[in-house]
Design a protein around this ligand. Structure first.
Ligand SMILES: NC(=O)c1ccc[n+]([C@@H]2O[C@H](COP(=O)([O-])OP(=O)(O)OC[C@H]3O[C@@H](n4cnc5c(N)ncnc54)[C@H](OP(=O)(O)O)[C@@H]3O)[C@@H](O)[C@H]2O)c1
Length: 345
C-alpha cells in the first residue's frame, strides 16, 4: 500500500468573522496534517461536538481551519511505527481530532501513534464507529462509577440525554451490567426505543423542571449526566446517601445551580468524565472490552444508519435542534468487505 496520488474528499471547517463555514473539498495527501501513520478512513461518525464545531454553535475549533470529525476508523496504509503495520485496522476517538488537528471527515488521515488503538478482530471498522466517542465515553463513565464503588445493588441509575449517543450507550451498558436504569429524556415518543436499549423507567422534563428545593427525595444510586444545567442539578439533589453522579456533557447548559447540601448532608460525589485524556493503556483496555465483555448488545438499535460525507453539511443542524435518536455513522471510504452491521473481521 502507498499514499494516494489522486485527490480525495474532505470536509473542511473554516473559522470566519461571523462563525464557521464548511467546505467539501478535493485535497491531496500533502494537504493533511503530517503524521507518521497514514490511514485510509472507512468510517467516521457524528458527535454533538462535531455539530457544534461545524455549525459554529459552540467554540470548538482551536485553529483557523481544520478537517472536521472527532472519530475515525480505517486501515493503515503507511507507517513508521512497528506497532501499527500496514493493513492493520485502527480506531481514533477524540484526542483533538476535528478540533486541533485534521480529523475523520476525510478519505485519508495522517496521525501519531498515541491517538490510535488497533482494532480487536471482534470489531469491524463500521462497528467501531457505531460505538465511537459516545460508546467509549459511556463505558469510561461506568468504569469510573464502579471504581468509586458502585454495584448493582446500590440502587437505580439515572441517565440524562438518554436518547443521545452517550446517553443511549450509558443506558445499554449499565443495563447489561445489571443496573436498573431510569432514562431522562426531553423527547416525547421515544419510550419504545429507550425500553429496547435497556431503560426500565422513563422520566420526562417536567420532573427536573419542577421546583428547586436544596434536597429532593433520595432515589438514585448513581447517575450519568450528558446535558448539564437543571437535569444535572436535579440528579444531584435526588441522589441517595453516598451516591456518585458522573458529569459527562452539557448539551443543554454549562450552568449548575445547587447548594452544598447534597454533598455535605448526603455525601453525594460528583465525578468528572474526560474521554480525551485517557492514557494509552486504559484506552486500549476500554476498546478491548467494547469488543468483548462490554460489547453493547443494542449496537444496531442505537446506531442503525449511516450517511455519506456529502450529506454531512446539511445534517449537523439535526444535532443542534435535538432531532436525533441514537447515533449516525458517516460512510467515508467504506470497509472493502461491506461493513454494515457488527460482524467480525
Ligand atoms: N466528557 C466527555 O469526555 C464527553 C465525551 C463525549 C460527549 N460529551 C458531551 O456529552 C454530551 C452528549 O454528547 P453526544 O455526542 O451523546 O450528543 P447527542 O448524541 O447529540 O445527544 C445529546 C442528548 O442530550 C439531550 N439534550 C438535552 N438538551 C439538549 C439540547 N438543548 N440540545 C441538544 N440535545 C439536548 C438530548 O437527549 P434527550 O432528548 O433524550 O434528552 C440529546 O439526544 C455533549 O455535551 C457532548 O459534548 C462529553
Amino acid at each position: 500500500m502507498s499514499v494516494p496520488t489522486r485527490s480525495f474528499r474532505a470536509l473542511r471547517l473554516i473559522q470566519t468573522g461571523s462563525g464557521v463555514r464548511m467546505e467539501l473539498e478535493e485535497i491531496h495527501w500533502d494537504d493533511l496534517d503530517p503524521g507518521p501513520i497514514g490511514i485510509r478512513v472507512h468510517y467516521s461518525s457524528v458527535n454533538y461536538k462535531d455539530a457544534l464545531a461545524a455549525t459554529g454553535a459552540g467554540k470548538i475549533l482551536r485553529r483557523p481551519t481544520v478537517i472536521g470529525g472527532l472519530d475515525l476508523a480505517g486501515e493503515v496504509i503507511t507507517s513508521e511505527d512497528p506497532d501499527f503495520p500496514c493493513g492493520c485496522r485502527v480506531v481514533a476517538v477524540g484526542g483533538g481530532l476535528g478540533e486541533a488537528r485534521d480529523g475523520g471527515f476525510s478519505e485519508y488521515a495522517r496521525l501519531p501513534a498515541d491517538l490510535l488503538v488497533r482494532l480487536d478482530p471482534g470489531l469491524t471498522t463500521y462497528a467501531a464507529m457505531q460505538i465511537g466517542t459516545a460508546g467509549f465515553t459511556a463505558l469510561l463513565a461506568q468504569r469510573r462509577l464502579e471504581a468509586f464503588g458502585l454495584r448493582p445493588g446500590d440502587g437505580p441509575v439515572v441517565v440524562s440525554g438518554a436518547t443521545g449517543g452517550v446517553g443511549s450507550f450509558a443506558v445499554n451498558l449499565m443495563r447489561e451490567a445489571g443496573y436498573a436504569v431510569s432514562a431522562l429524556t426531553q423527547k416525547r415518543g421515544c419510550e419504545e426505543y429507550l425500553r429496547a436499549i435497556g431503560a426500565v423507567d422513563i422520566i420526562g422534563p417536567e420532573a427536573w423542571e419542577a421546583g428547586e428545593p436544596a434536597l429532593l427525595p433520595a432515589r438514585w444510586g448513581a447517575g450519568i449526566d450528558n446535558v448539564g444545567g437543571h437535569a444535572l442539578s436535579w440528579m444531584i439533589r435526588s441522589a441517595r446517601r453516598g451516591a456518585a453522579i458522573a458529569a459527562v456533557g452539557m448539551a443543554s447548559s454549562a450552568d449548575l445551580r445547587l447548594t452544598v447540601f447534597p454533598f455535605i448532608l448526603r455525601g453525594v460525589s460528583l465525578i468528572g468524565i474526560n474521554s480525551t485524556e485517557v492514557e494509552t493503556g486504559a484506552r486500549r483496555a476500554l476498546w478491548h472490552d467494547l469488543a468483548h465483555a462490554s460489547r453493547p448488545r443494542a449496537l444496531d438499535r442505537i446506531a442503525p444508519q449511516h450517511i455519506s460525507l456529502a450529506a454531512l453539511p446539511t445534517s449537523f443542524g439535526d444535532w443542534i435542534q435535538n432531532r436525533i435518536v441514537g447515533r449516525v455513522v458517516v460512510a467515508i471510504g467504506e470497509e472493502p468487505s461491506g461493513g454494515s452491521g457488527v460482524k467480525s473481521g
